[in-house]
Write a new protein. Structure first.
Length: 475
């Protein structure tokens, strides 16, 4: 009896050991999937204040070039869909933080061949409607590490919503991705999404230092089953995961399993782009894979976490970029703020020279600021800002958008009121005979005869200008 108990106890111990080792193995596998932060992209919606809106409106606006059409399901392959200018964006900085403003005059349809309508769009489901400006803050991208050896990482969130291929035209042997029918619409090598990932997303999300940390990866772009639909291999920086990838690493090896590890949520910015969301499943959305199914079908991950097929022209699928990094260390250094374009002031009314900006008399502040470009401001000696209707006077300071400061000089204007009067001539004369000591700006304003010091000749010319007998040169 005791021997039987000892055997049973030993077997139980072995079973517990096996379970323990199994748990350690599972825990070890799970711990291999770490997260890093790398790059920046517009994500969370923020309230657009009046000041932020002004900064956004002053920024450079670009068109997304999204497609719309006028087809129905019976003839969607007619090739009549085309890019439009109905949805635009502008990147801008406010208080040192980078934002993206988005507006659209028409809704983005969930299929690229559909007409623009709230009925065929998911944008209004999130409260994004036409004619408004929405603002999204650039934030660090969170990546899930899939393989430490190769450096393969995948965005944890769905950061955008894009079509695999926006253009589709039907032929006798399938659906093609361009009007000349050179390749199937599901061909990843020539796809719109591959171009978008390696140009738009790549240049938006990463600065030059971060780009050096992204490897060029050779991709297998084979079809799921029929090699007829396989695409050539490609060498890419950024890419979509393949069907093989989505069944490996931390994921279930089965396409039919509702795998929580494959599920993902979309950002506010992705929703504004028209991402589809299954509200009954905790805000989870579907996302694209790069593997073709047939000429117009590609694989994607459903919101339940299993793998199915979707059409290439669907614009509502989430994008979950992947790449291989040279180092798996977080790097969220924001892209450098581009240097503002600052014009050189050189006109008949205002001219820059030797750290000063010379202007004609009786010029209003808004006119000088117009010469100086966006972001410039004009202040008095006490640092108070000059109003738009105020006259520009000697001694004021012009600060340009790049931080450059220049002292304003109005020839003949000694007292800084922006006019040439007998009072200025009197002060110039007092200076000439040693009764006044001018500052640098006043000295430049009164040196009208070409000398190095203010003399009685300068005072005489200023007096003549004050009573309309002479006109002073700008510089």
């Amino acid at each position: 009896m005791k021997k039987t108990k000892r055997v049973f106890s030993a077997m139980l111990s072995l079973l517990l050991l096996a379970l323990t080792l199994s748990c350690v193995s599972v825990c070890f596998t799970a711990s291999a999937y770490d997260f890093i932060e790398f790059g920046n992209y517009p994500q969370t919606q923020v309230t657009l204040t009046t000041e932020m809106k002004e900064a956004a409106l002053a920024a450079r606006w670009e068109s997304y070039g999204y497609y719309t059409g006028h087809s129905n399901f019976d003839n969607y392959g007619d090739g009549t869909m085309a890019p439009g200018d109905f949805m635009r964006y502008a990147d801008f900085f406010f208080n040192g933080i980078k934002y993206r403003a988005v507006t659209f005059s028409h809704y983005r349809p969930w299929d690229s061949w559909k007409e623009s309508s709230a009925e065929y769009s998911y944008q209004d489901d999130y409260g994004f409607t036409t004619g408004n400006i929405y603002c999204f803050q650039y934030e660090p991208l969170k990546w899930r590490v899939l393989d430490f050896v190769s450096g393969l990482v995948m965005c944890e969130d769905l950061i955008d919503a894009q079509a695999y291929n926006s253009y589709v035209i039907k032929s006798a042997d399938g659906y093609y991705g361009n009007a000349s029918k050179d390749y199937f619409s599901s061909n990843y090598y020539y796809s719109a999404i591959r171009k978008w990932l390696n140009e738009d997303f790549y240049n938006t999300a990463f600065n030059n230092v971060q780009k050096e940390k992204i490897k060029t990866t050779t991709l297998d772009n084979s079809a799921a089953e029929n090699d007829k639909y396989s695409a050539p291999s490609s060498n890419d920086k950024i890419f979509l995961l393949s069907l093989h990838d989505a069944k490996g690493y931390c994921f279930s090896s089965s396409e039919e399993v509702q795998d929580a590890a494959r599920t993902a949520k979309g950002t506010d910015y992705a929703k504004c782009q028209g991402l589809y969301r299954n509200t009954s499943e905790s805000d989870i959305s579907c996302w694209l894979l790069r593997t073709p199914g047939n000429s117009q079908i590609v694989k994607y991950v459903t919101y339940e976490g299993w793998i199915y097929s979707t059409y290439v022209y669907d614009t509502h699928c989430g994008i979950r970029p992947a790449c291989c990094l040279t180092t798996l260390k977080s790097d969220t250094t924001p892209p450098e703020q581009p240097a503002p374009e600052v014009p050189v002031i050189d006109s008949a009314k205002a001219k820059e020279q030797d750290g000063s900006v010379f202007t004609v008399p009786e010029m209003k502040a808004d006119e000088l600021l117009g010469f100086a470009g966006d972001g410039a401001k004009l202040t008095k000696a006490d640092d108070s800002e000059v109003k738009a209707d105020d006259l520009v006077g000697t001694g004021m300071v012009l600060t340009k958008a790049d931080g450059t400061k220049e002292t304003v000089v109005v020839k003949g204007d000694y007292n800084g009121d922006g006019l040439i009067t007998t009072a200025d001539a009197r002060m110039a004369l007092r200076t000439a005979i040693g009764l006044e000591t001018p500052n640098d700006a006043q000295k430049k304003a009164c040196l009208v005869t070409g000398g190095e010091e203010i003399g009685t000749g300068d005072a005489r010319i200023i007096l003549r200008a004050a009573i309309g007998l002479d006109t002073l040169a700008l510089v």
